[in-house]
Ligand binder design. Structure first.
Ligand code: KG4
Length: 330
């Protein structure tokens, strides 16, 4: 079969990224231009500033991605931008750029769900990985267990009823003075701490999650006792949220009979979460973790997901629009 070269484009939040991906699994380039330094001073992403910076960066990032891959626009077979979920103004930059390219080059356009992209990061890391499997998707905006029946056939089995896990990490970090982005900072500090505090965990009868109770308990404890050991606080918080993830995924394995579990999303870079999931291998559950550099937002994962959508015949019209609340399965 002829090689298929996908140009993945990602601009859903604060990373402008363009990647060239061959046959969904081989990354020829993956250029990521992060705006973290710009948003750091505001303690979080400012949507309007994010959009402006995407506009400034996108052509330059795309040119660099082509150069690093050693290809020209003419060599690209498919243009695949993230069209949701994310910040509407930020998404529109990538979508509009992709629409312009697809029109000018007369190439197919394939809109990609950002969450499917996170899952597809694992196809790059694990060349042998194929559906069906369960995915524990943990990111800044989402926390869900996805039953990946096939490359383009997915069902959400459980999701958070309040905060996404990444939001809880970021909020805890902000309140205890670690700054933005919080997840990696909590992760680092927790490695010096012990899980000395028991935080209350919420359980539901189905596979849903809740993180706001744990988050509020951490914040209240810190506010009442600002001298508390922050490393222990971070470790205890991580232990509580990880236990919730692990309990639910074990239940999902039991209910579906699928014993292949894939981690995905920004929070899957977390050291404690990765090591606790690895322990499930002792219970006969095969665990797949994305390469650390593919956990956060990047266009290679979008190119990988776009490849499978293209093979599935899911072409987008040149009227493709941003869908800020796009869900899996839509
Ligand atoms: O997947 P992602 O890059 O963006 C979304 O698509 O949402 O996830 C970003 C989230 C942020 O909340 C960030 O704090 C968190 O991932 N994060 C981490 C770690 N690295 C990033 N959380 C915990 N531990 C980490 N090492």
């Amino acid at each position: 079969m002829k090689d298929i070269i996908v140009l993945g484009i990602e601009s859903s939040c604060d990373e402008t990224s363009v990647a060239v991906v061959k046959n969904g699994r081989e990354v020829l380039s993956n250029v990521i231009d992060s705006q973290i330094k710009i948003h750091e001073q505001f303690g979080g992403v400012v949507p309007e500033i994010a959009s402006r910076n995407h506009i400034e960066a996108i052509s330059r990032v795309a040119q660099k991605a082509l150069e690093e891959a050693g290809v020209d626009f003419e060599d690209i077979d498919v243009i695949a931008p993230t069209y949701g979920p994310g910040l509407v103004g930020a998404l529109l930059v990538g979508v509009s750029y992709a629409r312009g390219l697809a029109f000018a080059l007369n190439k197919p356009l394939v809109g990609v769900n950002h969450l499917e992209g996170h899952i597809a990061a694992n196809y790059i890391t694990h060349q042998d990985l194929q559906p069906p499997f369960l995915c524990m998707l943990t990111s800044g905006g989402n926390t869900q267990i996805v039953y990946v029946k096939d490359y383009c056939d997915m069902e959400v089995l459980g999701k958070t009823r309040d905060d996404a896990i990444g939001e809880a990490f970021d909020k805890v970090a902000r309140v205890i003075g670690l700054g933005y982005p919080g997840g990696p900072k909590v992760d680092k500090l927790a490695q010096e701490g012990k899980p000395t505090i028991d935080f209350p965990k919420t359980h539901f009868e189905n596979l849903d999650f809740s993180f706001s109770g744990i988050k509020t308990a951490v914040i209240n404890l810190h506010n009442k006792n600002p001298e508390i050991n922050k490393a222990d606080l971070c470790m205890s918080f991580e232990k509580a949220v990880t236990e919730v993830l692990v309990e639910n995924i074990e239940e999902a394995v039991k209910q579906t009979g699928i014993n292949k579990v894939v981690l995905a999303g920004g929070v899957s870079a977390n050291t404690h979460i990765r090591s606790e999931f690895e322990k499930l291998e002792q219970k006969g559950i095969k665990i797949y973790k994305p390469d650390l550099k593919l956990c956060g937002d990047n266009a290679a994962m979008i190119g990988a997901a776009g490849y499978y959508r293209f093979l599935n015949g899911d072409l987008s019209e040149n009227t493709l629009n941003a869908v800020p609340n796009l869900k899996i399965g839509e």
